[in-house]
Write a protein that binds this ligand. Structure first.
Ligand code: UN1
Length: 509
């Protein structure tokens, strides 16, 4: 029989964790139920924001921006430093909320909070490195340089699968760059959002920073749409489906607002005949079934050399048999539940379509019987073997569903890797250096993330995160992603006392 925890046990844990992070149980209460995928039952009921609340938030954010933009960047960094320390102190609380509302196993939930702490560290250093270039002027007695300035209000729309980390990537960087931030978290995961934002509020209070440089608005897509269409929001950074990106991209373009999109992925591993299969199996399993296949970086496809595909499939099946599936709060669980019944239905329909296209289910795909008394969806991760890349493989299915298909030459493998509409993450398992180099070169993978002997998921914050094609083209997190949160001014300064014109133009009156 099922041993899933009951409703009051989980609701109590959520309440305790929220309170420890300073979220009072009365402040945000309302009628919108937040369910736990662990048992399908209610964790809390919250009040969603009204459109007026969005209006007010944008107004306040713009007002406080005027103060924040003139606060020296290293002082802005000090705020993020304090926030990072509070995250460290409340790491367990935030991780518990993430597990409760999205079903992540403990280790991955803690990893998500670690990712937040890491980006704070990165942003602190960055607060002293918002460099502009200087370049030689063609005119004597002139200097040319670039200066970088904050944009204004940044709207962050985040998805359920990384309910807090993706906000922190945006927020830590946007704040040191001098912007204010309004966050619309996923309606499926508002509790960890409230707790994280409350810690940032505490840091803002402790350091005497302007109160409204960080705000949260909650609710369904109308609340997000109000942010997207608001002329007082300079940049929207949105994570979600390609469908969502198609809707908001043109609306932002219409009002010439900035847009940073992190949309669907359809990530593949190429496994060469030279690959270290022990390593490949571990990399594939973590990427395919970690977070129950619900990362945008989750591995959806394996493109395996014909000489090793049979062995690889057998060993993957064996590894899948050993996966502990169940309550994510249990220490030894590796695969928690899907977010909800709709996710399960999509997985089922993808498997059915794959079968109709010639796919053979090697393992998994079914819902665990013992938990069917609950509205909780624990599935056995599935492997489907195909002879070619059929139509269903071109679509992202947000579930632990892995398609395996063969290749003969590396060119063919690269063409398969690139032959989908999305372009987020990719990897090759090989011990042949020239294969590795080709895969990462301009004739290799067309994705934003291209790894060698590492799976597709689990990127570090230090690199720029994002992808090409239908993934939306945005980059957030590390490297020089900060530039997306600032505007560039080119300055030419004349100290010559004369007024020579560029390009030798003569214009004397
Ligand atoms: C996401 O799934 O939206 O690379 C983000 C990873 C994580 C971030 C995933 N660091 O898998």
């Amino acid at each position: 029989m099922s041993t899933l925890p009951n409703q009051s046990e989980l609701a109590t844990r959520a309440k305790e964790a929220l309170e420890k992070c300073g979220v009072s149980s009365s402040g945000r209460l309302g009628s919108h139920k937040v369910l736990s995928p662990i048992n399908g039952e209610e964790l809390a009921a919250l009040k969603w924001s009204e459109l007026d609340d969005v209006e007010r938030a944008v107004e306040r954010a713009n007002k406080d921006f005027l103060v924040w933009r003139s606060t020296p960047a290293p002082i802005r960094g000090a705020l993020v430093k304090h926030f990072g320390a509070l995250l460290q102190e409340h790491k367990e609380d935030i991780a518990t909320l993430i597990s409760l509302e999205v079903g992540k196993i403990k280790s991955e939930a803690l990893g998500e909070v670690q990712e937040m702490i890491d980006i704070c560290d990165f942003a602190i250093g960055l607060s002293r490195q918002l460099y502009g270039r200087t370049m030689p002027s063609e005119r004597p007695g002139h200097r040319m340089m670039e200066t970088w300035h904050p944009l204004g209000v940044v709207g962050v729309i985040s998805a359920f699968n990384f309910p807090t980390a993706v906000w922190s990537w945006n927020t830590a960087i946007a704040l040191v760059c001098g912007n204010s931030v309004i966050w619309k978290p996923s309606e499926l995961a508002p509790l960890s959002a409230l707790a994280s934002a409350s810690l940032l509020d505490r840091a803002i209070h402790d350091l005497g920073a302007p109160r409204y440089i960080s705000q949260v608005v909650m609710g369904s897509s109308e609340v997000g749409a109000a942010l997207v269409d608001h002329h007082g929001v300079a940049l929207i950074s949105a994570t979600g489906s390609t469908r969502m990106g198609r809707e908001i991209g043109p609306r932002l373009a219409q009002r010439f607002a900035r847009c940073l999109l992190e949309l669907g992925g359809n990530n593949a591993a190429v496994v060469s005949e030279s690959a270290n299969l022990d390593l490949a199996i571990r990399g594939i399993v973590f990427a395919a079934v970690g977070t129950a296949g619900q990362r945008c970086t989750s591995m959806r496809r394996v493109i395996a050399h014909v000489d090793i595909i049979d062995e690889l499939c057998t060993r993957l099946e064996e590894a899948y048999q050993r996966l502990p599936i169940g309550n994510p709060l249990d220490d030894n669980t590796l695969v928690g539940p899907l977010i909800n019944g709709a996710a399960f239905a999509l997985m089922q329909s993808a498997i059915e379509t794959a079968k109709s296209e010639g796919g053979r289910v090697l393992s998994g795909g079914t819902r665990r019987l013992e938990d069917q008394a609950h509205s909780a969806y624990y599935v056995e991760p599935a492997i489907v073997r195909l002879d070619r890349q059929t139509n269903i493989v071109l679509r992202e299915s947000f579930a632990p569903l892995l398609y395996v298909m063969p290749y003969e030459t590396l060119d063919e493998a690269i063409a398969l890797n690139n032959g989908v509409p999305q372009g987020l993450s990719s990897c090759i398992f090989t011990t042949d250096q020239s294969e590795a180099e080709r895969f990462v070169s301009e004739v290799g993978s067309d994705c934003g993330i291209v790894n060698v002997n590492i799976g597709t998921s689990g990127a570090e914050i230090g690199g720029a995160f994002g992808g090409e094609k239908e993934t939306g083209g945005g980059r957030e997190s590390g490297s020089d992603s900060w530039r997306a949160y600032m505007r560039r001014a080119t300055n030419t300064i004349n100290f010559s006392g004369a007024l020579p014109l560029a390009q030798g133009v003569e214009f004397t009156v």
